[in-house]
Design a protein around this ligand. Sequence first.
Ligand code: 5GP
Ligand code: ZN
Length: 114
Amino acid sequence: MPECIFCKIIRREMPGKIVYEDETVIAIEDIHPQAPVHLLVLPKAHIETLGAMGSEDEGLIGKLFSVAARLARERGVESRGYRTVINNGTGAGQSVFHLHLHVLGGRVFHWPPG
Ligand code: 5GP
Ligand code: ZN
């Protein structure tokens, strides 16, 4: 997927502030942060949406959340609360079609989201 911006960041073909990386998952700072802490946790594999994941990806889905929790703890937002979000499809606000888990913290969040 040469045109995918997240794949390009993973391949170091585009700049990106990488805050975590292992064999299957990477986390970056969001370029337009919507909160004092706004990270994106993504699989290294180009998977477009949650619906494109199969049962073989269940471990990977768990890993995304496990990394998110760890980063939230490290950034000091765990005690006050933080939000994890996956936008799936344009109607839900997805703009980059490489699955990513938003991790937002450091301010108050309202419900329901807009
Ligand atoms: P979505 O709207 O798909 O749920 O979220 C995409 C996110 O990617 C947005 O929050 C947007 O700010 C972020 N984003 C878009 N382009 C780039 C980029 O080139 N680098 C980084 N680090 N984040 C990006
Ligand atoms: Zn991609």
